[in-house]
Ligand binder design. Structure first.
Ligand code: 5GP
Ligand code: ZN
Length: 114
Protein backbone atom coordinates (compact mmCIF):
# COMPACT_ATOMS: atom_id res chain seq x y z
CA UNK A 1 0.00 0.00 0.00
CA UNK A 2 1.54 3.36 -1.00
CA UNK A 3 2.83 5.31 1.98
CA UNK A 4 2.83 2.30 4.31
CA UNK A 5 6.09 2.11 6.28
CA UNK A 6 6.06 -1.68 6.59
CA UNK A 7 5.18 -2.16 2.89
CA UNK A 8 8.27 -0.05 2.22
CA UNK A 9 10.33 -2.38 4.44
CA UNK A 10 8.92 -5.36 2.48
CA UNK A 11 9.92 -3.59 -0.75
CA UNK A 12 13.35 -2.87 0.83
CA UNK A 13 13.00 0.80 -0.05
CA UNK A 14 13.16 1.46 3.72
CA UNK A 15 16.05 -0.33 5.44
CA UNK A 16 15.51 -2.68 8.39
CA UNK A 17 17.55 -5.25 10.25
CA UNK A 18 15.92 -8.31 8.73
CA UNK A 19 16.21 -11.52 10.77
CA UNK A 20 13.93 -13.87 8.80
CA UNK A 21 12.06 -13.92 5.53
CA UNK A 22 10.18 -16.32 3.32
CA UNK A 23 7.65 -16.01 0.50
CA UNK A 24 4.88 -14.93 2.87
CA UNK A 25 6.40 -13.00 5.78
CA UNK A 26 9.29 -10.80 6.81
CA UNK A 27 10.77 -10.33 10.30
CA UNK A 28 13.03 -7.53 11.44
CA UNK A 29 14.33 -5.93 14.64
CA UNK A 30 12.12 -3.24 16.18
CA UNK A 31 13.75 0.18 15.88
CA UNK A 32 12.79 1.07 19.49
CA UNK A 33 13.12 -2.21 21.41
CA UNK A 34 11.20 -2.52 24.68
CA UNK A 35 12.87 -5.79 25.66
CA UNK A 36 16.38 -7.24 25.18
CA UNK A 37 14.97 -9.11 22.16
CA UNK A 38 12.25 -7.33 20.17
CA UNK A 39 11.41 -8.27 16.60
CA UNK A 40 8.37 -7.74 14.39
CA UNK A 41 6.88 -10.32 12.05
CA UNK A 42 4.73 -8.98 9.21
CA UNK A 43 2.92 -10.45 6.22
CA UNK A 44 4.38 -9.33 2.89
CA UNK A 45 0.87 -8.47 1.78
CA UNK A 46 -0.70 -5.37 3.31
CA UNK A 47 -3.29 -6.16 5.99
CA UNK A 48 -4.09 -3.11 8.11
CA UNK A 49 -4.58 -4.99 11.38
CA UNK A 50 -5.98 -8.20 12.80
CA UNK A 51 -9.43 -6.63 12.83
CA UNK A 52 -9.27 -6.07 9.08
CA UNK A 53 -8.15 -9.63 8.29
CA UNK A 54 -10.65 -11.88 6.50
CA UNK A 55 -11.03 -15.66 6.12
CA UNK A 56 -9.01 -15.30 2.89
CA UNK A 57 -6.06 -14.33 5.10
CA UNK A 58 -6.20 -17.46 7.25
CA UNK A 59 -3.09 -19.01 5.70
CA UNK A 60 -0.93 -15.92 5.96
CA UNK A 61 -2.04 -15.37 9.57
CA UNK A 62 -0.90 -18.88 10.41
CA UNK A 63 2.37 -18.25 8.64
CA UNK A 64 2.94 -15.07 10.69
CA UNK A 65 2.50 -17.07 13.92
CA UNK A 66 4.75 -19.92 12.82
CA UNK A 67 7.38 -17.43 11.65
CA UNK A 68 7.16 -15.68 15.04
CA UNK A 69 7.87 -19.05 16.67
CA UNK A 70 10.86 -19.60 14.35
CA UNK A 71 12.19 -16.08 14.99
CA UNK A 72 11.91 -16.65 18.76
CA UNK A 73 13.89 -19.86 18.36
CA UNK A 74 16.48 -18.18 16.12
CA UNK A 75 16.94 -15.30 18.57
CA UNK A 76 17.49 -17.66 21.50
CA UNK A 77 14.15 -17.29 23.27
CA UNK A 78 12.88 -20.87 23.13
CA UNK A 79 14.21 -21.95 26.51
CA UNK A 80 13.38 -18.85 28.54
CA UNK A 81 10.05 -18.21 26.87
CA UNK A 82 8.73 -15.16 25.09
CA UNK A 83 5.62 -13.13 24.38
CA UNK A 84 3.84 -12.55 21.05
CA UNK A 85 1.73 -9.38 20.85
CA UNK A 86 -0.61 -8.01 18.19
CA UNK A 87 -1.79 -4.51 18.98
CA UNK A 88 -5.09 -3.50 17.40
CA UNK A 89 -6.31 0.08 17.24
CA UNK A 90 -6.18 3.05 19.57
CA UNK A 91 -6.51 1.50 23.02
CA UNK A 92 -3.84 -1.09 22.25
CA UNK A 93 -1.50 1.63 20.96
CA UNK A 94 -1.22 0.34 17.39
CA UNK A 95 1.01 2.91 15.70
CA UNK A 96 1.76 1.24 12.34
CA UNK A 97 -1.28 0.29 10.26
CA UNK A 98 0.20 -2.87 8.73
CA UNK A 99 -0.43 -6.03 10.74
CA UNK A 100 2.57 -7.05 12.81
CA UNK A 101 3.30 -9.53 15.56
CA UNK A 102 5.78 -8.40 18.20
CA UNK A 103 8.23 -11.07 19.42
CA UNK A 104 9.41 -10.01 22.87
CA UNK A 105 11.82 -11.77 25.18
CA UNK A 106 15.06 -11.82 27.12
CA UNK A 107 13.46 -10.73 30.40
CA UNK A 108 10.41 -11.72 32.47
CA UNK A 109 7.18 -10.21 31.09
CA UNK A 110 4.65 -8.72 33.50
CA UNK A 111 1.02 -9.78 33.48
CA UNK A 112 -1.43 -8.11 33.17
CA UNK A 113 0.19 -5.91 30.51
CA UNK A 114 0.13 -2.15 30.96
P1 5GP B 1 2.67 -0.95 17.29
O1 5GP B 1 2.82 0.15 18.30
O2 5GP B 1 1.94 -0.47 16.05
O3 5GP B 1 2.11 -2.24 17.84
O4 5GP B 1 4.15 -1.34 16.86
C1 5GP B 1 4.85 -0.66 15.87
C2 5GP B 1 6.31 -0.92 16.14
O5 5GP B 1 7.03 -0.55 14.99
C3 5GP B 1 6.86 -0.12 17.31
O6 5GP B 1 7.37 -1.01 18.29
C4 5GP B 1 7.96 0.73 16.66
O7 5GP B 1 9.10 0.87 17.49
C5 5GP B 1 8.27 -0.03 15.39
N1 5GP B 1 8.73 0.82 14.31
C6 5GP B 1 8.21 2.02 13.92
N2 5GP B 1 8.88 2.51 12.87
C7 5GP B 1 9.85 1.59 12.58
C8 5GP B 1 10.88 1.54 11.59
O8 5GP B 1 11.03 2.42 10.73
N3 5GP B 1 11.69 0.45 11.59
C9 5GP B 1 11.55 -0.55 12.52
N4 5GP B 1 12.42 -1.57 12.44
N5 5GP B 1 10.59 -0.54 13.47
C10 5GP B 1 9.76 0.52 13.49
ZN1 ZN C 1 1.58 -2.09 4.43
Amino acid sequence: MPGCLFCNIVAKSTPAQIVFENDHVLAFKDIRPVAPVHALVIPRQHITGIHEATPADVEVLGRVLLAARDVAEQLGLAEGGYRLVVNQGKNAGQSVLHLHCHVLGGRPMAWPPG
